[in-house]
Design a protein around this ligand. Sequence first.
Ligand SMILES: C[S@@+](CC[C@H](N)C(=O)[O-])C[C@H]1O[C@@H](n2cnc3c(N)ncnc32)[C@H](O)[C@@H]1O
Length: 240
Amino acid sequence: MNVHWQPAKYDSLPLPHEGWGARVVAGFDFRGDETVIDAGCGTGRDAEYALWNLPRGRIIGLDASPSMQAAFTSRFAHEERAKILAADLSEPWPVDAACADAVMSVAAFHWLPSHDRVWHNVAAALKPGGVVRVDAGGEGNLVRLLEVVDAVGASSSLPEWNYAGVEDTLGQLRAAGLVPVSVELREEPAYFDNDEVYADYLRSVVLHKLSEIERMQVAGLMGDRCVDYVRLEVTAVKPG
Ligand SMILES: C[S@@+](CC[C@H](N)C(=O)[O-])C[C@H]1O[C@@H](n2cnc3c(N)ncnc32)[C@H](O)[C@@H]1O
């Protein structure tokens, strides 16, 4: 599905993505001189966190959305160590083979219809010994929210998200030549402070294509201003 990402809105909301990104970055043990790819980098929030830990390193962001690419470029207008490349993560990546010490990705993989090709792209981009850490919506994500969307008759307006589980991900990692270190599902429901912020979040981040009336019905039926996230968290290495 073609989503029109709104970078300014996206960065202005209280995003649980910030915590997911911080977890992904914190899990690396950077020396400080690495080349890191941020796959589905969006506006570059997590690339910026990562750069704090890479005083002699660099970040290559990959993203398919022109509006997100523009936001990333603007964020790093005065930072030579960050660049963004237009890329569909499901197609071969526009980077040199074995160019990256690390690949990170936050809240992007569930937008990709098949993960097989993406893990192969990760493996191709990593140097031997390189590490990949991914956060994405995982199996069981948004079950309650999606039931409510169905109850208001709006399921046909949803994208086809790909919420992978542990076993399928382990198989895909191994098939791509990556060695799993940890693959886990973690429940992390997000709760919003008031109805306005909740409505804005649903409109801008989760339920882009529903009508305003449908979103209001969903919010009313949810009742607790919750988005019931389940995260798939992956760490794997390319054998050295
Ligand atoms: C929910 S946003 C997450 C952005 C950022 N990682 C963050 O956590 O704020 C998902 C991102 O994935 C990108 N994306 C979705 N499908 C993609 C694809 N097939 N190839 C490249 N990027 C894609 C979108 O453009 C968007 O920037």
